[in-house]
Design a protein around this ligand. Structure first.
Ligand code: HEM
Length: 478
């Protein structure tokens, strides 16, 4: 070999060896069998593919290509294992407890110093949130919820031939949350916060490019403005509390109790800290419940036989009540069929269009013959069981009887997740949705205006025309 060739080969071997050594070091998992999948492009990974396809199509494609149980991808700048099916759900709920949220989402929601919110379950506030959302605590809210829906119906439904259900359910859900979380009832103030808040929800799962004019940058700005408005309310309420000017109904709102909450060291939370918790609650409750309400009404307007059964159940309850008497806990317990209808609607729609939750893998774990290394993020989606014919025969059929008797098999019906990180707002959602449906069905017949209305998916399903429904007033006593 000529001297020239020797030098050339040595020069080639050196960088290749360095590259291979670097890759091994970086990977560190070369001798374990990680779930199959693709890392996508440098930096952005598969984020664009995920955002352009939507969660359902993205997951279906990956399951076909790699594995039906678990595959890996790279989104939100993280290596992520996506668990599928009932066994995958069970694994996430029971083995992966540490919750995780993408930094891009946290940047919109929180001040940097409070980025542990939603994740750290050892905090006093975490237990507090679970306590205030327990059925016993929520009983107090039922008459308030009922009174607010009645006002909403009088203002926005009565006197109209056609109503756009989706924007209306959003407006109502947000006003109710403002009342129950911070006792804010001033319409102008609620509207002002709402204007900033919609920027937050549309920015949260948009392409995370923080440049002027992008949905993401509007989201970051919106989050800051919402927290600022909330802080003003909190400061005012703290002052009133100190001057003992609290008016009586305030004890039912979450803020009144948060102001009195102390940590392990007896320290009260700052106004800023509270505003970060409240925005988390607003986000968790807003789109999930408003979308659920919209889609239950969509099914009721499309399926007269289902409407008829719900009508029978709810009017029986209404007829036993005095004029103007508000709903109570016992009434809600009688709404069994109506709740099954809500469950079936949740199965088919609400949470299926996004990842349902995120976790952090804190130690190497094994699942379905693969090892998921420490440091990976994990996710799951209710879509992988909710639309599976093995879990729900004839999955596209709307059939509330699936929830009668023993109901679906364990870990197959999971709109609220499961295990320790299961949604703590489930009961709040149940009450809010049932109270709303009660007030609509006992007043109106419903007819869908455009059965072909397109539904687009942006973390939640959105009817593009706002879900117009023709309403005719009826009298349950005639
Ligand atoms: C139909 C309505 C709702 C649905 C479908 C829903 C669904 C979910 C899901 C899937 C999770 C993630 C569970 C996991 O990671 O395993 C979750 C978490 C959570 N939800 Fe909901 N949710 C709803 C309404 C609400 C409401 C009304 C509130 C508050 C009032 C709320 C508060 C929360 C909170 C605080 C968490 C985090 C729990 C934790 O990390 O420990 N949700 N929800």
């Amino acid at each position: 070999m000529s001297l020239f060739l020797c030098i050339f080969v040595s020069l080639l071997i050196l960088p290749v060896s360095i590259f291979l050594a670097w890759r091994k070091l970086k990977n560190g998992h070369s001798n374990i069998k990680v779930p199959p999948g693709s890392g996508g492009w440098p930096v952005v990974g598969e984020s664009f593919r995920y955002l352009s396809l939507g969660t359902q199509q993205f997951i279906s494609e990956k399951r076909r290509e790699y594995s039906t149980d678990v595959f890996q991808t790279s989104i939100f700048r993280q290596k992520m294992a996506v668990f599928c099916g009932a066994q995958g759900n069970k694994f996430v709920y029971t083995k992966l407890i540490k919750s995780w949220w993408p930094d891009t989402v946290k940047k919109i929601l929180f001040d940097p110093e409070f980025s542990h919110i939603l994740v750290d379950e050892s905090l006093v506030i975490h237990h507090f949130v679970h306590e205030i959302l327990k059925p016993e605590a929520l009983k107090l809210y039922i008459p308030v919820m009922d009174a607010m829906v009645r006002e909403h119906v009088e203002l926005d439904w009565d006197g109209n031939e056609v109503v756009k259900v989706h924007p209306l359910s959003k407006k109502h859900t947000f006003s109710l949350a403002c009342r129950l979380f911070v006792n804010e009832i001033d319409v102008q103030q609620v509207t002002k916060i709402f204007k900033h808040f919609v920027l937050v929800t549309s920015g949260m799962f948009s392409v995370p490019i923080n440049l002027p004019g992008t949905a993401y940058s509007r989201g970051v700005k919106g989050g800051k403005l919402v927290r600022e408005e909330l802080e003003k309310i909190i400061t005012r309420r703290r002052k009133e509390l100190l001057e003992k000017k609290e008016t009586s109904p305030c004890y039912t709102d979450v803020l009144s109790r948060m102001l009195l909450l102390t940590d392990e060291n007896g320290k009260f939370m700052s106004d800023k800290e509270i505003s970060n918790y409240i925005i988390a609650l607003l986000v968790a409750s807003y789109e999930s419940t408003s979308t659920a309400i919209s889609f239950v009404l969509k099914y009721l307007a499309e399926l007269p036989h289902i409407y008829h059964e719900v009508y029978k159940e709810l009017t029986n309850i209404a007829k036993l009540k005095g004029e103007g008497e508000l709903l109570n806990w016992e009434d809600i317990q009688k709404m069994r069929y109506s709740w099954n209808v809500v469950c079936e609607s949740l199965r088919l729609t609400t949470m299926n269009s996004s990842f349902s939750g995120f976790r952090e893998v804190v130690t190497d774990v094994s699942f379905s013959g693969f090892t998921i290394p420490k440091g990976y993020k994990a996710s799951w989606s209710s879509y992988t069981t909710h639309k599976d014919p093995e879990c729900f025969p004839d999955p596209e059929k709307f059939d509330p009887t699936r929830f009668e008797g023993k109901g679906p098999a364990p870990y197959t019906y999971v709109p609220f997740g499961g295990g320790r990180r299961m949604c703590c707002g489930k009961e709040y959602a149940r009450l809010e949705i049932l109270v709303f449906i009660y007030n609509i069905v006992t007043r109106f017949n419903l007819e869908i205006v455009n059965p072909q209305e397109k539904i687009v998916f942006h973390s939640f399903p959105i009817p593009v025309e706002g879900l117009p429904i023709r309403i005719t007033r009826h009298n349950i006593y005639s």
